[in-house]
Design a protein around this ligand. Structure first.
Ligand SMILES: [Zn+2]
Length: 400
């Protein structure tokens, strides 16, 4: 049996002429349309890195005792009933119609991309790509709950953790991880007879998982832990004040890297966004950039006890690689190997629990590629196999 199965909708990312016109094309940067952080090339860098890891393991180059890494393409579309777990029918219809309208524009040779939500553009393939992100995540849940593999990782695009029930946001259209969490809870395979599966969703993306929170608030048997960056905000100035001040442009460099925004800042042109809160939502926020050590130590003291107390059957991960230091849209402060530390550590701490990852943000192709390898290894290697020396100082803390 393979330790990790990667399940992807990567066939949609091929940058063929057809895909360039009719695919999911990502979201443009409004301030600078020539820059797009959300594009298939970025995602392809992750796929290439995953394939290289697979080859290196098969050749015995990376680690002589690792099992083969399996990677499959999921062509599963989330059904209406599955998507309706998070979104009302009217919203799903509006997303489908927006994609159809984009397709008509593409056929006429016009620019197909149009704004749909908050920083979430729609192109001809968006609706189908989003349904297939969810489908692949549900395949990943099926994989671990049916014991076809110990762990699974949904390498999908577009991401989902910002998508609220009636609001596409931040490159996200359907609330993939939250739908997967509810699907895992209600799955035909119940770990403890007579009980719903108890599911923890841990979001380690740089940004807030507002969509997952909105869908999962007050859902029984589900705990959502949202680790995120919070910007410095000066209530007197009513401005985000991260980074040094530039009097020439009257701006704070790097300000407002939180998302969605907790406060209104008219200088940045952003408005406060209401965030769901509920007893089953556990927020772990860091004000300003951090060292990886600080983030990992906080994980020990705040996240692990909450997970232990909740006593889950399944742990899902919203893995946002944009929490790595240097990401142009995020950059909380993790090192690439930090992703291994979190995931491997929690597998050691909870060895009998099913672990399943779902890709979220990450906007620097090379940095993302550097982070996806330790992420996948965190899910892949056997408990006694330690692939990174940097994990050793934390090993004891996770085993407590
Ligand atoms: Zn993010």
């Amino acid at each position: 049996m393979c330790a990790l199965r990667i399940i992807s909708n990567a066939d949609l990312w091929t940058i063929s002429d057809n895909q360039k016109r009719f695919g999911h094309l990502g979201t443009r940067d409004r301030a600078n349309p020539s820059i797009s952080y959300d594009h298939p090339g970025k995602t392809n860098a992750l796929l290439t890195a995953a394939q290289s890891l697979q080859s290196a393991i098969a050749a015995g180059i990376f680690h002589t005792h690792l099992a083969p890494l399996s990677m499959t393409i999921s062509t599963r579309y989330a059904t209406s009933a599955e998507a309706l777990r998070a979104h009302p029918e009217e919203y799903l219809n509006s997303l489908e119609t927006a994609s159809s309208d984009a397709l008509e524009r593409a056929k006429r040779g016009e620019d197909p991309i149009a704004p749909f939500g908050k920083e979430a553009d729609v192109s001809p393939g968006t609706y189908n790509a989003a349904l297939r992100s969810v489908g692949a995540a549900l395949d990943a849940v099926d994989t671990v709950l049916s014991d076809a593999s110990d762990t699974a990782f949904a390498l999908v695009w577009p991401p989902g953790h910002h998508a609220e029930p009636i609001q596409a946001m931040g490159f996200c259209y359907l609330s993939t991880a939250a739908i997967a969490a509810l699907y895992a809870r209600d799955h035909s395979v119940q770990i403890r007879a007579g009980h719903k599966n108890r599911v923890v969703l841990i979001d380690i993306d740089h940004h807030r998982g507002n969509g997952s929170a909105a869908v999962l608030a007050n859902q029984p048997e589900v705990l959502f832990i949202d680790q995120a960056y919070r910007s410095h905000y000066d209530p007197r100035l009513q401005r985000y004040v991260d980074g040094p001040y530039d009097p020439a442009t009257d701006t704070y460099e790097g300000a407002g890297r939180e998302f969605p925004y907790e406060h209104t800042d008219k200088f940045l042109g952003v408005t406060a966004h209401p965030m769901a809160s509920a007893p089953n939502i556990h927020k772990v926020e860091f004000e300003g950039f951090q060292s990886a050590e600080t983030v990992i130590r906080t994980f020990f003291t705040r996240v692990m006890p909450a997970v232990k107390e909740f006593n889950p059957d399944v742990i899902l991960w919203s893995v946002g690689l944009d929490s790595a230091k240097g990401d142009p849209v995020g950059g909380l402060g993790l090192e690439p190997e930090s992703f291994y530390t979190f995931i491997k550590g929690m597998r050691l701490a909870f060895p009998d629990i099913k672990h399943c990852g779902i890709l979220e943000g990450g906007y620097h192709p090379e940095l993302g590629a550097a982070c996806i390898v330790p992420t996948l290894l965190g899910f892949h290697d056997a408990p006694e196999q330690i692939c990174y020396d940097s994990f050793s100082p934390y090993q004891g803390a996770f085993k407590k």
